[in-house]
Design a protein around this ligand. Structure first.
Ligand SMILES: Cc1ncc(COP(=O)(O)O)c(C=O)c1O
Length: 398
Protein backbone atom coordinates (compact mmCIF):
# COMPACT_ATOMS: atom_id res chain seq x y z
CA UNK A 1 0.00 0.00 0.00
CA UNK A 2 1.37 3.41 -0.88
CA UNK A 3 0.92 6.25 1.53
CA UNK A 4 0.56 9.65 0.08
CA UNK A 5 2.07 12.65 1.82
CA UNK A 6 -0.48 14.47 3.99
CA UNK A 7 -1.90 17.30 1.98
CA UNK A 8 -1.40 20.78 3.31
CA UNK A 9 -4.67 22.48 4.14
CA UNK A 10 -3.60 26.07 3.86
CA UNK A 11 -1.72 27.69 1.05
CA UNK A 12 1.96 28.29 1.46
CA UNK A 13 1.52 32.06 1.26
CA UNK A 14 -0.66 32.34 4.38
CA UNK A 15 2.08 30.58 6.32
CA UNK A 16 4.53 33.30 5.33
CA UNK A 17 2.79 36.01 7.34
CA UNK A 18 1.84 36.67 10.95
CA UNK A 19 -1.12 38.42 12.52
CA UNK A 20 -0.33 42.15 12.62
CA UNK A 21 1.38 42.69 16.00
CA UNK A 22 -0.45 45.94 16.61
CA UNK A 23 -3.79 44.24 15.98
CA UNK A 24 -2.76 41.36 18.27
CA UNK A 25 -1.89 43.81 21.05
CA UNK A 26 -5.21 45.60 20.70
CA UNK A 27 -7.09 42.26 20.79
CA UNK A 28 -5.33 41.35 24.06
CA UNK A 29 -6.09 44.80 25.47
CA UNK A 30 -9.77 44.47 24.52
CA UNK A 31 -9.88 41.13 26.36
CA UNK A 32 -8.41 42.63 29.53
CA UNK A 33 -10.73 45.62 29.33
CA UNK A 34 -13.74 43.31 29.08
CA UNK A 35 -12.57 41.75 32.34
CA UNK A 36 -12.80 45.19 33.95
CA UNK A 37 -9.08 46.08 33.87
CA UNK A 38 -8.43 49.84 33.70
CA UNK A 39 -5.80 50.16 30.97
CA UNK A 40 -3.84 53.15 29.70
CA UNK A 41 -3.67 52.50 25.98
CA UNK A 42 -0.55 53.63 24.11
CA UNK A 43 -1.02 50.82 21.59
CA UNK A 44 -3.50 52.12 19.06
CA UNK A 45 -2.07 53.90 16.02
CA UNK A 46 -4.88 56.37 15.59
CA UNK A 47 -5.82 59.97 16.36
CA UNK A 48 -8.01 60.48 19.42
CA UNK A 49 -10.02 63.20 17.65
CA UNK A 50 -13.50 62.73 16.24
CA UNK A 51 -13.90 62.84 12.47
CA UNK A 52 -14.70 66.50 11.60
CA UNK A 53 -18.42 67.26 11.32
CA UNK A 54 -18.43 68.34 7.66
CA UNK A 55 -16.97 64.96 6.68
CA UNK A 56 -19.58 63.05 8.69
CA UNK A 57 -22.33 65.24 7.20
CA UNK A 58 -21.22 64.34 3.66
CA UNK A 59 -21.53 60.63 4.44
CA UNK A 60 -24.95 61.10 6.04
CA UNK A 61 -26.11 63.11 3.01
CA UNK A 62 -24.82 60.34 0.73
CA UNK A 63 -26.90 57.75 2.58
CA UNK A 64 -29.97 59.99 2.52
CA UNK A 65 -29.50 60.49 -1.22
CA UNK A 66 -29.27 56.70 -1.66
CA UNK A 67 -25.71 56.89 -2.94
CA UNK A 68 -25.43 53.29 -1.85
CA UNK A 69 -24.83 51.28 -4.99
CA UNK A 70 -21.72 49.94 -6.68
CA UNK A 71 -19.49 52.57 -8.22
CA UNK A 72 -16.73 52.16 -10.78
CA UNK A 73 -13.86 50.16 -9.31
CA UNK A 74 -11.22 52.92 -8.88
CA UNK A 75 -13.78 55.29 -7.33
CA UNK A 76 -16.07 57.90 -8.86
CA UNK A 77 -14.41 60.61 -10.92
CA UNK A 78 -15.15 63.21 -8.24
CA UNK A 79 -13.22 61.38 -5.55
CA UNK A 80 -10.24 60.84 -7.84
CA UNK A 81 -10.43 64.51 -8.81
CA UNK A 82 -10.43 65.49 -5.12
CA UNK A 83 -7.37 63.27 -4.50
CA UNK A 84 -5.32 64.62 -7.37
CA UNK A 85 -6.30 68.25 -6.76
CA UNK A 86 -5.47 68.07 -3.04
CA UNK A 87 -2.11 66.47 -3.83
CA UNK A 88 -1.38 68.98 -6.59
CA UNK A 89 -2.27 71.93 -4.35
CA UNK A 90 -0.12 70.71 -1.47
CA UNK A 91 2.83 69.15 -3.31
CA UNK A 92 2.77 70.45 -6.88
CA UNK A 93 2.21 66.95 -8.26
CA UNK A 94 0.57 66.39 -11.62
CA UNK A 95 -1.62 63.30 -11.78
CA UNK A 96 -4.53 62.71 -14.17
CA UNK A 97 -7.81 60.99 -13.28
CA UNK A 98 -6.60 57.64 -14.63
CA UNK A 99 -3.48 57.94 -12.46
CA UNK A 100 -5.45 57.70 -9.20
CA UNK A 101 -7.38 54.95 -7.44
CA UNK A 102 -9.46 55.17 -4.25
CA UNK A 103 -9.02 52.18 -1.96
CA UNK A 104 -10.36 50.68 1.26
CA UNK A 105 -7.65 52.32 3.38
CA UNK A 106 -3.99 52.96 2.74
CA UNK A 107 -3.09 49.40 3.69
CA UNK A 108 -5.26 48.13 0.84
CA UNK A 109 -3.43 50.37 -1.64
CA UNK A 110 -0.07 49.15 -0.31
CA UNK A 111 -1.06 45.49 -0.31
CA UNK A 112 -2.32 45.61 -3.88
CA UNK A 113 0.67 47.61 -5.14
CA UNK A 114 3.02 44.97 -3.80
CA UNK A 115 0.87 42.20 -5.27
CA UNK A 116 1.00 43.69 -8.76
CA UNK A 117 4.74 44.48 -8.71
CA UNK A 118 6.55 41.89 -6.60
CA UNK A 119 7.15 38.35 -7.77
CA UNK A 120 8.85 35.36 -6.15
CA UNK A 121 12.48 36.18 -5.47
CA UNK A 122 12.17 39.90 -6.11
CA UNK A 123 13.97 41.98 -3.51
CA UNK A 124 12.29 44.86 -1.74
CA UNK A 125 14.41 47.24 0.34
CA UNK A 126 12.81 48.05 3.68
CA UNK A 127 14.41 50.47 6.16
CA UNK A 128 14.44 49.35 9.82
CA UNK A 129 12.54 50.07 12.04
CA UNK A 130 9.58 49.48 9.73
CA UNK A 131 5.83 49.56 10.09
CA UNK A 132 4.87 46.02 10.93
CA UNK A 133 2.76 45.29 7.84
CA UNK A 134 5.38 46.05 5.18
CA UNK A 135 7.40 42.91 5.88
CA UNK A 136 4.46 40.53 5.89
CA UNK A 137 2.84 42.00 2.81
CA UNK A 138 6.09 41.62 0.84
CA UNK A 139 6.47 38.03 2.07
CA UNK A 140 2.87 37.23 1.17
CA UNK A 141 3.67 38.20 -2.41
CA UNK A 142 6.73 35.91 -2.35
CA UNK A 143 9.20 38.78 -2.29
CA UNK A 144 12.44 38.84 -0.33
CA UNK A 145 12.69 41.60 2.24
CA UNK A 146 16.09 43.31 2.28
CA UNK A 147 16.32 45.00 5.66
CA UNK A 148 18.18 48.28 5.66
CA UNK A 149 19.57 48.98 9.11
CA UNK A 150 19.61 52.58 10.31
CA UNK A 151 21.40 54.09 13.26
CA UNK A 152 19.58 55.17 16.39
CA UNK A 153 22.38 57.67 17.09
CA UNK A 154 21.33 59.36 13.84
CA UNK A 155 17.62 59.26 14.70
CA UNK A 156 17.07 56.25 12.40
CA UNK A 157 17.71 58.52 9.41
CA UNK A 158 17.39 56.95 5.97
CA UNK A 159 19.97 58.17 3.49
CA UNK A 160 20.36 57.83 -0.25
CA UNK A 161 23.89 56.41 0.29
CA UNK A 162 22.55 53.56 2.43
CA UNK A 163 19.80 52.80 -0.09
CA UNK A 164 22.30 52.78 -2.96
CA UNK A 165 24.46 50.20 -1.16
CA UNK A 166 21.47 47.90 -0.65
CA UNK A 167 20.48 47.84 -4.33
CA UNK A 168 21.21 44.61 -6.23
CA UNK A 169 20.21 43.43 -9.72
CA UNK A 170 17.19 41.76 -8.05
CA UNK A 171 15.87 44.93 -6.40
CA UNK A 172 12.34 45.48 -7.60
CA UNK A 173 11.15 48.09 -5.14
CA UNK A 174 12.12 50.34 -2.24
CA UNK A 175 9.69 51.26 0.51
CA UNK A 176 9.93 54.68 2.12
CA UNK A 177 7.63 55.74 4.91
CA UNK A 178 8.31 59.33 5.86
CA UNK A 179 7.50 60.43 8.53
CA UNK A 180 7.84 56.89 9.74
CA UNK A 181 5.94 54.58 11.98
CA UNK A 182 7.32 53.70 14.57
CA UNK A 183 10.28 56.09 15.03
CA UNK A 184 8.88 59.27 13.46
CA UNK A 185 11.99 59.66 11.29
CA UNK A 186 11.83 61.89 8.25
CA UNK A 187 13.76 61.51 4.99
CA UNK A 188 15.33 64.87 4.15
CA UNK A 189 14.23 66.57 0.94
CA UNK A 190 17.79 66.19 -0.46
CA UNK A 191 17.94 62.47 0.28
CA UNK A 192 14.45 61.96 -1.13
CA UNK A 193 15.46 63.63 -4.38
CA UNK A 194 18.60 61.51 -4.66
CA UNK A 195 16.67 58.32 -3.90
CA UNK A 196 14.14 59.20 -6.60
CA UNK A 197 16.94 59.68 -9.12
CA UNK A 198 18.57 56.42 -8.06
CA UNK A 199 15.35 54.43 -8.36
CA UNK A 200 14.19 56.00 -11.60
CA UNK A 201 17.52 55.59 -13.38
CA UNK A 202 17.66 51.90 -12.45
CA UNK A 203 14.02 51.09 -13.14
CA UNK A 204 13.26 50.36 -9.48
CA UNK A 205 9.82 51.17 -8.05
CA UNK A 206 9.69 53.56 -5.15
CA UNK A 207 6.68 52.95 -2.93
CA UNK A 208 6.14 56.09 -0.88
CA UNK A 209 3.89 55.50 2.10
CA UNK A 210 2.63 59.03 2.77
CA UNK A 211 0.20 58.06 5.50
CA UNK A 212 1.78 60.64 7.87
CA UNK A 213 2.89 63.16 5.25
CA UNK A 214 0.94 66.02 6.88
CA UNK A 215 2.28 65.10 10.32
CA UNK A 216 5.80 66.30 9.63
CA UNK A 217 6.94 68.45 12.55
CA UNK A 218 10.45 69.19 11.35
CA UNK A 219 9.83 70.76 7.99
CA UNK A 220 7.25 71.60 5.37
CA UNK A 221 5.72 68.32 4.17
CA UNK A 222 7.27 67.02 0.95
CA UNK A 223 6.00 64.32 -1.36
CA UNK A 224 7.92 62.23 -3.84
CA UNK A 225 4.92 62.76 -6.09
CA UNK A 226 6.24 66.26 -6.88
CA UNK A 227 9.08 64.72 -8.90
CA UNK A 228 6.96 64.31 -11.99
CA UNK A 229 9.89 63.25 -14.21
CA UNK A 230 10.05 59.94 -12.28
CA UNK A 231 6.31 59.23 -12.25
CA UNK A 232 6.82 55.92 -14.08
CA UNK A 233 8.59 54.47 -11.04
CA UNK A 234 6.83 56.21 -8.16
CA UNK A 235 3.75 54.98 -6.35
CA UNK A 236 2.35 57.42 -3.79
CA UNK A 237 0.34 55.58 -1.15
CA UNK A 238 -1.99 57.91 0.69
CA UNK A 239 -4.43 57.58 3.54
CA UNK A 240 -7.15 59.73 5.04
CA UNK A 241 -7.01 57.74 8.28
CA UNK A 242 -4.54 59.82 10.25
CA UNK A 243 -4.83 63.16 8.41
CA UNK A 244 -8.58 63.54 8.96
CA UNK A 245 -9.13 61.23 11.96
CA UNK A 246 -10.89 58.66 9.77
CA UNK A 247 -9.25 55.36 10.73
CA UNK A 248 -12.49 53.37 10.85
CA UNK A 249 -13.84 54.66 7.55
CA UNK A 250 -11.17 52.89 5.51
CA UNK A 251 -10.20 55.53 2.99
CA UNK A 252 -6.92 55.49 1.11
CA UNK A 253 -5.53 55.90 -2.37
CA UNK A 254 -2.67 55.36 -4.74
CA UNK A 255 -1.25 57.83 -7.25
CA UNK A 256 0.98 56.38 -9.96
CA UNK A 257 1.47 55.98 -13.67
CA UNK A 258 -1.52 55.00 -15.78
CA UNK A 259 -0.11 51.48 -16.22
CA UNK A 260 0.29 50.90 -12.49
CA UNK A 261 -3.18 52.25 -11.72
CA UNK A 262 -4.74 50.10 -14.48
CA UNK A 263 -3.22 47.01 -12.87
CA UNK A 264 -4.31 48.07 -9.37
CA UNK A 265 -7.80 48.57 -10.73
CA UNK A 266 -7.73 45.15 -12.41
CA UNK A 267 -6.77 43.46 -9.12
CA UNK A 268 -9.31 45.47 -7.13
CA UNK A 269 -12.02 44.48 -9.65
CA UNK A 270 -11.54 40.85 -8.61
CA UNK A 271 -11.24 41.65 -4.94
CA UNK A 272 -13.17 44.40 -3.10
CA UNK A 273 -14.57 46.15 -6.21
CA UNK A 274 -15.10 49.81 -5.33
CA UNK A 275 -14.32 51.15 -1.85
CA UNK A 276 -17.55 51.99 0.04
CA UNK A 277 -19.67 54.45 -1.94
CA UNK A 278 -20.60 56.68 0.99
CA UNK A 279 -16.97 56.80 2.15
CA UNK A 280 -16.08 58.15 -1.29
CA UNK A 281 -18.44 61.09 -0.66
CA UNK A 282 -16.94 61.63 2.81
CA UNK A 283 -13.46 61.58 1.27
CA UNK A 284 -14.44 64.30 -1.20
CA UNK A 285 -15.60 66.47 1.71
CA UNK A 286 -12.33 65.78 3.55
CA UNK A 287 -10.00 66.45 0.62
CA UNK A 288 -11.84 69.31 -1.08
CA UNK A 289 -13.25 70.93 2.05
CA UNK A 290 -11.62 73.22 4.63
CA UNK A 291 -8.19 72.02 5.76
CA UNK A 292 -8.01 73.83 9.10
CA UNK A 293 -8.69 70.55 10.94
CA UNK A 294 -5.41 69.17 9.56
CA UNK A 295 -3.42 72.11 10.95
CA UNK A 296 -5.27 71.91 14.27
CA UNK A 297 -4.58 68.17 14.68
CA UNK A 298 -0.93 68.70 13.74
CA UNK A 299 -0.45 71.44 16.35
CA UNK A 300 -1.99 69.27 19.04
CA UNK A 301 0.18 66.28 18.09
CA UNK A 302 3.33 68.40 18.40
CA UNK A 303 2.28 69.47 21.88
CA UNK A 304 1.55 65.85 22.86
CA UNK A 305 4.82 64.65 21.33
CA UNK A 306 6.81 67.07 23.48
CA UNK A 307 4.82 66.16 26.57
CA UNK A 308 5.19 62.40 26.06
CA UNK A 309 8.88 62.67 25.18
CA UNK A 310 9.62 64.68 28.33
CA UNK A 311 7.75 62.18 30.52
CA UNK A 312 9.43 59.11 29.00
CA UNK A 313 12.96 60.51 29.09
CA UNK A 314 12.53 61.44 32.76
CA UNK A 315 12.43 57.70 33.53
CA UNK A 316 15.93 56.64 34.61
CA UNK A 317 17.70 54.52 31.98
CA UNK A 318 15.19 55.29 29.19
CA UNK A 319 16.46 57.18 26.15
CA UNK A 320 14.46 58.29 23.15
CA UNK A 321 15.14 59.92 19.80
CA UNK A 322 12.99 62.95 19.10
CA UNK A 323 10.35 61.93 16.54
CA UNK A 324 10.07 64.44 13.72
CA UNK A 325 6.64 63.28 12.63
CA UNK A 326 3.78 60.76 12.95
CA UNK A 327 2.44 60.21 16.48
CA UNK A 328 4.63 57.67 18.23
CA UNK A 329 7.63 57.68 20.53
CA UNK A 330 10.07 54.79 20.26
CA UNK A 331 12.08 54.73 23.48
CA UNK A 332 15.11 52.52 24.00
CA UNK A 333 14.50 50.33 27.05
CA UNK A 334 17.63 48.17 26.75
CA UNK A 335 18.89 49.12 30.21
CA UNK A 336 15.97 47.14 31.65
CA UNK A 337 16.51 43.98 29.60
CA UNK A 338 17.97 41.30 31.84
CA UNK A 339 16.24 42.72 34.92
CA UNK A 340 13.31 41.07 36.75
CA UNK A 341 13.51 38.04 34.45
CA UNK A 342 12.68 40.18 31.39
CA UNK A 343 14.86 39.22 28.44
CA UNK A 344 13.14 40.84 25.45
CA UNK A 345 11.09 43.89 24.53
CA UNK A 346 8.15 41.54 23.89
CA UNK A 347 8.40 40.22 27.44
CA UNK A 348 8.60 43.78 28.76
CA UNK A 349 5.52 44.87 26.79
CA UNK A 350 3.62 41.78 27.99
CA UNK A 351 4.52 42.47 31.63
CA UNK A 352 3.64 46.17 31.23
CA UNK A 353 0.25 45.12 29.90
CA UNK A 354 -0.56 42.54 32.56
CA UNK A 355 1.12 44.08 35.60
CA UNK A 356 1.24 47.84 34.98
CA UNK A 357 -1.89 47.84 32.79
CA UNK A 358 -0.28 49.95 30.10
CA UNK A 359 -0.59 48.98 26.42
CA UNK A 360 2.57 49.35 24.31
CA UNK A 361 3.87 47.52 21.24
CA UNK A 362 7.22 45.70 21.45
CA UNK A 363 10.04 46.71 19.12
CA UNK A 364 10.38 43.21 17.67
CA UNK A 365 7.23 43.97 15.67
CA UNK A 366 9.14 46.77 13.96
CA UNK A 367 12.45 44.95 13.56
CA UNK A 368 14.41 46.18 16.59
CA UNK A 369 15.03 44.37 19.88
CA UNK A 370 15.56 47.20 22.35
CA UNK A 371 12.49 49.42 22.03
CA UNK A 372 8.82 49.72 22.71
CA UNK A 373 6.42 51.90 20.76
CA UNK A 374 4.01 54.24 22.49
CA UNK A 375 1.30 56.01 20.58
CA UNK A 376 0.59 59.43 22.08
CA UNK A 377 -2.77 60.62 20.67
CA UNK A 378 -4.39 60.41 24.10
CA UNK A 379 -5.14 62.98 26.79
CA UNK A 380 -2.33 64.49 28.87
CA UNK A 381 -3.94 62.89 31.93
CA UNK A 382 -3.52 59.52 30.23
CA UNK A 383 0.11 60.32 29.44
CA UNK A 384 0.68 61.29 33.10
CA UNK A 385 -0.96 58.13 34.39
CA UNK A 386 0.55 55.75 31.82
CA UNK A 387 4.11 57.01 32.17
CA UNK A 388 3.73 57.01 35.98
CA UNK A 389 2.73 53.33 35.82
CA UNK A 390 5.63 52.49 33.50
CA UNK A 391 8.15 54.31 35.71
CA UNK A 392 6.82 52.58 38.82
CA UNK A 393 6.95 49.16 37.13
CA UNK A 394 10.49 49.66 35.83
CA UNK A 395 11.74 51.00 39.17
CA UNK A 396 10.74 47.73 40.82
CA UNK A 397 12.76 45.56 38.41
CA UNK A 398 16.07 44.40 39.83
C1 LIG B 1 2.98 53.52 7.97
C2 LIG B 1 1.55 53.18 7.79
N1 LIG B 1 1.08 52.97 6.55
C3 LIG B 1 -0.19 52.66 6.32
C4 LIG B 1 -1.08 52.54 7.36
C5 LIG B 1 -2.47 52.13 7.03
O1 LIG B 1 -3.41 53.08 7.21
P1 LIG B 1 -4.89 52.87 6.73
O2 LIG B 1 -5.03 51.51 6.15
O3 LIG B 1 -5.74 53.06 7.94
O4 LIG B 1 -5.14 53.92 5.71
C6 LIG B 1 -0.65 52.73 8.67
C7 LIG B 1 -1.57 52.56 9.80
O5 LIG B 1 -1.19 52.44 10.94
C8 LIG B 1 0.71 53.08 8.89
O6 LIG B 1 1.18 53.31 10.12
Amino acid sequence: MTTSAPSQVFADRIGRIEVSATMAVSAEATKLRSQGVNLVDFGAGEPHFDTPQHIKDAAIAAIDANFTRYTVVPGIADVRKAIIERHAADFASDYALDEAIFTTGGKHALFNTIQILVDHGDEVILPVPYWVSFKDIIQYAGGKVVFLETSEAESFRITADAIEKAITPKTKAIILNSPSNPAGSVVSAEDLERIIHLAHERGIYLLLDECYVYLNYAAKPVSGGSYTFAKEHIVVLGSLSKTYAMTGWRAGYALASKKVIANLSKLQSQQTSNATSIVQKAAIAALAGPQDCVAKFRAEFIDLRDYMLAKMTQIPGVTCTKPEGAFYVYPNISSYLGKGGIKTATELATRLLHEAHVVTVPGEAFGTAEHIRLSYPVTKQNIDEGTRRIAEFLAKLT
